[in-house]
Design a protein around this ligand. Structure first.
Ligand SMILES: Nc1ncnc2c1ncn2[C@@H]1O[C@H](COP(=O)(O)OP(=O)(O)OP(=O)(O)O)[C@@H](O)[C@H]1O
Ligand SMILES: O=C(O)[C@H](O)COP(=O)(O)O
Length: 396
């Protein structure tokens, strides 16, 4: 892959795919700007070389066609502040204004175009659409790691409109791949993976893959209750994927066969409704009363999880341990985050992936105390599953 450091952008106009799919509140204010900040080094390298930049991104999942709530216009001010110059907004990616503004860019200038997903052709990976996007610049830079698992027009297909030497991987893309490789290929032992979040169905492939790699696999969050049922537990009204119980049973058996220490929570904080002001109690994960649901790790499990994490040398974490958005059910996630920070201070390598776990680590103030927080959710998991990332492959 060509890297930014080996390319001189003086006099060049880079069309750069970034993943600025950042969360916005109802007033269209950015609530987490991590993905913006993480791409800044790449943008500044091009500008400092004397090049100009045309930024392409998606935001959310529009139906195809303009929708204000998915417009990247909401980012212009933040980007201008980030790059220390007025970022121009060119609107519709295929509009006349966009191509005129792109053509008129001077050295050191930045143009942001609107959401590429306002065209259905983006997600379809349409070749003609991709070729039009490619006319916006004379060198293609992809720094959109978070979207590298999508074979879309702007993330992969348009690369082929450029000569191989003019397809460049950005710093973020490169460092994400390097960090993921470190865990996949050179993990120091004990290697512990912590999986949480809502659903097993999203994470089956990664769990299976990890069983070949890790010493400890800790499973928390909503998906733990399907495993509890697989062990003949009673989980009340906790989150349950009834059609995945057999699969959970198979994963438990596979872990045994492979000698992996699969750890399920022994207890949970249970609530009588899905709300922060619910009545709360503690129960064994196998004996949750009817009408109650497990919303966080219980006191024994959070200690047990933390103890294993503290003794680990490589740690991969994806998905919160409970409904951490509600303050009364965030303690399990906080224990895990703190234990990871402690292990990291003691020399362990820790990689955090997934939008919610990354947000949790930042919110709890441990952002600076882990080795790497990935900007990828699905992209990181797919890479870890051993799948090729089209966004990376397209760069050659
Ligand atoms: N016990 C539980 N019951 C219900 N929901 C839960 C439970 N534990 C965690 N969750 C929910 O799971 C959600 C996160 O799951 P998800 O699988 O999306 O995590 P992620 O992989 O970190 O995030 P992303 O998909 O954004 O990358 C959170 O909203 C959290 O409230
Ligand atoms: O947030 C993400 O994971 C990326 O921006 C990809 O978004 P998508 O899942 O809508 O393709």
């Amino acid at each position: 892959m060509n890297t930014l450091d080996t390319y001189n952008f003086a006099g060049k106009r880079a069309v750069m795919r970034v993943d600025f799919n950042v969360p916005l509140d109802k007033d269209l204010r950015i609530t987490d700007d991590t993905r913006i900040r993480m791409a800044t080094r790449s943008v500044m390298k091009i500008l400092n070389d004397g090049g100009s930049v045309v930024l392409l991104s998606h935001l959310g999942r529009p139906k195809g066609g303009f929708e204000q709530k998915y417009s990247l216009e909401a980012l212009v001010q933040r980007l201008s502040q980030e790059y220390g110059r007025a970022v121009q907004f060119g609107g519709d990616v295929l509009g006349a204004e966009a191509s005129q503004q792109a053509a008129a860019l001077q050295s050191g200038e930045v143009l942001l175009l609107d959401n590429v997903r306002f065209y259905k052709e983006e997600e379809a990976g349409d070749a003609a659409f991709a070729a039009k996007l490619a006319t916006l610049g004379n060198v293609y830079v992809n720094d959109a790691f978070g979207t590298a698992h999508r074979a879309h027009a702007s993330t992969a297909v348009m690369a082929s409109s450029f000569a191989p030497q003019d397809r460049v991987g950005g710093y973020l893309l490169q460092s994400e791949v390097d960090n993921a490789k470190k865990v996949l290929e050179n993990a120091e032992r004990p290697f512990t993976a912590i999986m949480g979040g809502a659903k097993i169905s999203d994470k089956i492939l990664i769990i299976e893959k990890l069983l070949d790699k890790v010493d400890n696999l800790l499973i928390g969050g909503g998906m733990a209750y399907t495993f509890a049922v697989a062990e003949n537990g009673h989980v009340g009204s906790s989150l349950l994927e009834a059609d995945k119980v057999d699969l959970a049973r198979q994963l438990i058996q596979k872990a045994k066969d492979k000698g992996v220490n699969l750890v399920l929570p022994g207890d949970s904080l249970i609530a009588d409704k899905f709300a922060n002001d619910a009545n709360v109690d503690v129960a064994s994960n196998h004996h949750i009363p009817d009408g109650w649901m497990g919303l966080d790790l219980g006191p024994d499990s959070r200690e047990a999880f933390a103890a294993i994490i503290r003794q680990s040398k490589t740690i991969l974490w994806n998905g919160p341990m409970g409904v951490f958005e509600m303050s009364n059910f965030s303690l399990g996630t906080e224990f895990v985050a703190r234990a990871i920070a402690e292990a990291t201070a003691g020399g362990a390598y820790s990689l955090i992936g997934g939008g919610d776990s990354a947000a949790a680590v930042q919110q709890l103030g441990f952002g600076e105390q882990v080795s790497y927080i990935s900007t990828g959710g699905g992209a990181l998991l797919e890479y870890m599953e051993g799948k090729e990332l089209p966004g990376v492959t397209a760069l050659g």
